[in-house]
Design a protein around this ligand. Structure first.
Ligand SMILES: [Zn+2]
Length: 308
């Protein structure tokens, strides 16, 4: 097919693994020894970048406001983990979305910078949050010669065309002793019996699904020292979300977001935030109890660029 390319495992070069995911006309092949699932054949790089930078990716302004609470909860928890290793300094977030993580980080003394490809979100970060934001993909030219104390990204690594090359750029953009912190899933390790808990893999958006081995490998091959891998079992949260989806909670409409907050919509917001808090608690608190490698997890990885 035009605009498509065949690839092999990016870690060992083999391409004879079984297809473990089939969705939206794409195949996810698994390299068992590397714990990596990769789409092959896959769309070429320019096609992927066009999706993120295109105006269709416009996000209505009200969506920024509505999703504040879960994002703040998440940001504060990530910062709590981060501050065990890095307490202040310049912080670059790649794929900053609406910038809530950076806004929270600034409150506790970090100096924030953003990369966000979606033009509407990049503009929101610059104009509303007053945070410097580049809307080009990370490269050796990004932010000229500036080096950061901390680089952070969440659910980004799976979407990168060449994660190893991009991690090397991140390494270059960090000061010696600087930290890289990122969050991603562990689908490369997950027993397929859990796949039914996942409503959609959203192929071809995530080009890779990593596991513990492949994560350790990409981080170390890029020059980093792995400091810590926090693992959170997300099976209870997935079950809860599937249960709530079954209840068919009314979808938020533009109309209701524009109305002044009536008593009933205030109660709805309260209930919704309650659900988010419960969902968050299931993911990061109940989920922090140790489980087997093959359970669906979210992984927060903390790595460091060695001091020269
Ligand atoms: Zn491999």
């Amino acid at each position: 097919m035009a605009g498509m390319e065949d690839i092999s495992c990016i870690l060992c070069g083999s391409n004879n693994g079984p297809v473990v995911i089939e969705e939206n006309g794409f195949d996810g092949k698994k390299c068992e020894p590397c714990s990596l699932i990769y789409i092959s054949p896959r769309p070429q790089q320019q096609a992927v970048l066009n999706i993120y930078g295109h105006d269709d990716a416009y996000i209505p302004a009200h969506a920024h406001v509505e999703s504040t609470w879960p994002k703040q909860l998440h940001a504060r928890y990530m910062l709590k983990l981060i501050r065990q290793h890095c307490r202040r300094g310049s912080l670059l977030e790649i794929g900053a979305g609406a910038g809530y993580f950076l806004a929270e980080a600034r409150k506790i003394g970090f100096d924030p910078f953003a990369i966000e490809l979606n033009p509407a979100q990049a503009e929101f970060i610059r104009s509303t949050l007053n945070i410097p934001c580049d809307n080009q993909p990370l490269s050796y030219e990004s932010w000229k010669d500036k080096q950061f104390d901390l680089i952070y990204h969440c659910d980004v690594i799976s979407h990168l065309h060449d994660p190893l090359a991009e991690l090397r750029v991140m390494y270059d953009k960090l000061k010696p002793g600087g930290h890289l912190v990122f969050e991603t899933g562990n689908l490369g390790d997950v027993d397929p019996k859990y796949f039914s808990l996942i409503p959609a893999f959203q192929y071809p958006d995530p080009l890779f699904f990593f596991g513990q081995r492949s994560l350790r490998e990409i981080v170390q091959r890029s020059g980093f020292k792995l400091i810590k891998m926090h693992q959170f079992n997300i099976a209870p949260q997935l079950r809860f979300m599937n249960f709530m989806r079954g209840k068919k909670l009314p979808a938020h409409t533009k109309k209701s977001a524009q109305r002044p907050l009536s008593r009933s919509s205030a109660i709805k917001t309260l209930l919704k935030n309650g659900c988010h808090t419960l969902s968050f608690g299931l993911r990061y608190h109940l989920g922090s109890w140790p489980v087997s490698l093959s359970t669906p997890q979210t992984v927060v990885l903390i790595a460091q660029k060695p001091l020269e």
